[in-house]
Write a protein that binds this ligand. Structure first.
Ligand SMILES: [Zn+2]
Length: 281
């Protein structure tokens, strides 16, 4: 009877345990990887850096609404007042090219920011978004021209006060001053192509990246397609909030009757953005 000895099945549980261990290790690795790629893990304050009123809502309105819903404090830095932008044909078109347009766009931005739940708004060049020792300044919208559909380039005539004529070091120092005050855990701005090439967007990407590095703060750029190195957010649940915020920018755009598109002052029709990616740099 002693010949029965060790039976083959004695080894079966050992092999099974090995498989379970491998599965457990894989599950833990996946959990850790998922935690590592989440840019928002542990983040309590975020600063968005944009060039013109309406960019915050068009490009990142749904993301801002999502962060606010998660209890994250969101601040917004806007570089110019969109002075060079066209005006939607209709009752507000008399404002085009006047100082009253500047005031109107400030008012529109205030309404959109409140709708999205933004906690604090700041203008580039105005304290506290101004480098120590420099007098306040209002950076002007640099304007743009269409090189081809969907890609903007520099305007033919650029004012001396235009954002793109200001030294990058000065713009960066202004952004850094605000970062130093707010101490956000994450700064978010355009990608290095400015989304669609607007020179002011590109400038603010450059300044936001440089200022974040100086301050040692994480930076992420907004991307509008699902790419491997970006964290993707489906934010369609915030469509109603974004639509309400878009309607605040009545001098710049119109929400289409289908509730899913906007029509810009120049007539271009785009979908309302409710999904974005964040790519850490
Ligand atoms: Zn813009």
């Amino acid at each position: 009877m002693a010949a029965v000895g060790r039976r083959p099945r004695d080894r079966v549980p050992v092999a099974g345990a090995s498989r379970w261990s491998a599965a457990l290790v894989l599950a833990l690795a996946l959990a850790l990887a998922a935690q590592r790629v989440s840019l928002l893990h542990g983040v309590s304050t975020v600063l968005f850096v944009h060039a013109h009123p309406d960019d915050e809502t068009i490009a990142t309105g749904a993301l801002i609404a999502e962060l606010v819903a998660r209890g994250i404090r969101v601040s917004l830095l806007t570089a110019t007042r969109g002075e060079q932008g066209e005006v939607v044909p209709g009752p507000l078109s008399v404002l085009e090219g006047t100082d009253a347009l500047t005031r109107e766009r400030e008012r529109e931005l205030a309404g959109a920011a409140a709708t999205l739940g933004i906690d604090g708004r700041f203008w580039l060049g105005m304290p506290p978004a101004r480098a120590t020792g420099l007098p306040p300044r209002a950076y002007q919208d640099s304007g743009m021209t269409w090189i081809r559909p969907g890609l903007a380039g520099p305007a033919d005539d650029i004012d001396d006060d235009a954002l793109v004529r200001a030294p990058l070091g000065e713009v960066t120092a202004d952004v850094a001053a605000l970062i130093g005050l707010l101490e956000p855990a994450l700064v978010i701005s355009y990608d290095n192509g400015g989304g669609y090439g607007h020179p002011d967007h590109v400038r603010m990407h450059e300044a936001a990246v440089a200022a974040s590095r100086v301050a040692g703060v994480a930076f992420a750029e907004v991307v509008h397609s699902e790419v491997d190195d970006a964290e993707w957010f489906d934010l369609s649940a915030h469509l109603a909030t974004v639509t309400d915020a878009l309607r605040c920018h009545a001098s710049q755009l119109t929400v289409d009757g289908d509730g899913a598109h906007i029509v810009h002052s120049g007539g271009q029709r785009d979908p309302i953005i409710t999904a974005v990616g964040l790519r850490p740099l």
